[in-house]
Design a protein around this ligand. Structure first.
Ligand code: CA
Length: 242
């Protein structure tokens, strides 16, 4: 269970951005994306502050359609998906160990049974259906992870995370592990996939209606207690090792 066996000391050497009022969200993100010695590395960050994909910083060519920015996100601004909106991230690495983290909010008027894809990379997906959080991870077969039906509240922000490493693939809701599978083969079925945010990997068929914020994608083991911290603080609990 590599996901949780990292020394707490590694996370004590941390300087959080929260106390530095003069730093902008862009500064914070740039620092997050710098390649520093760390048990994990941020490989994609969409924080929706200045532009939908100003995370250029993503170091790859992203494209998007019909995504609107709204001021009231979990951290600063967020992205609103109206059912036609989509963000495409080509060539996303699927590492042997990694994590996807994001915040989402489903509007109150949403028809509960409808399936909506939050992130979908064809074999790797986080989605909701019947007010339930679900995920798929392919290691040669599709591992399905499922939250409780009705476990999601409409009209409020929830944090979701999919993390894998060692022998475990795990799904988290609001910082708590809600499902896991301990038969992970240790490597993904595909090392790279095109990621679609806000719809099915094909680009159509399961559109998301609602808001997304702070989409963070990591390479490396992600300790379970750090996912709880991520959900609690709204941002990366270990943005910097200085
Ligand atoms: Ca934000």
């Amino acid at each position: 269970m590599k996901i949780q066996n990292l020394a707490p000391a590694l996370f004590a050497v941390v300087v959080l951005a929260a106390g530095c009022a003069d730093r902008t969200e862009r500064d914070r993100r740039l620092e997050l994306l710098q390649d520093k010695p760390s048990p994990r590395q941020l490989t994609l960050a969409l924080t929706f502050e200045d532009d939908v994909v100003d995370s250029s910083l993503a170091m790859r060519e992203l494209s998007h359609e019909n995504v609107a920015l709204i001021p009231e996100g979990v951290v600063g601004a967020a992205a609103r998906f109206d059912g036609t909106a989509v963000i495409r991230v080509p060539g996303l690495e699927i590492p042997e160990a990694g994590a996807w983290s994001l915040w989402f909010r489903i509007p109150e008027e949403t028809d509960p049974p409808r399936e909506m894809r939050l992130l979908d990379a064809n074999g790797y997906a986080v989605f909701v259906a019947n007010q339930r959080l679900l995920a798929i991870f392919n290691d040669g077969r599709n591992i399905h992870l499922r939250g409780e039906p009705g476990g999601l509240e409409t009209g409020r922000w929830h944090h979701a995370a999919l993390a894998w490493g060692g022998e475990r693939v795990a799904l988290f809701l609001d910082g708590e592990m809600i499902d896991h599978n301990d038969t992970y083969a240790g490597r993904p079925g595909f090392p790279e996939r095109n990621l679609v945010i806000g719809n099915r990997w094909t680009g159509t068929g399961r559109p998301f209606v609602g808001d997304l914020d702070e989409i963070l994608i990591y390479r490396g083991d992600f300790p379970e207690d750090q996912i709880a911290a991520l959900a609690e603080e709204g941002r990366d609990p270990q943005p910097q090792v200085r």
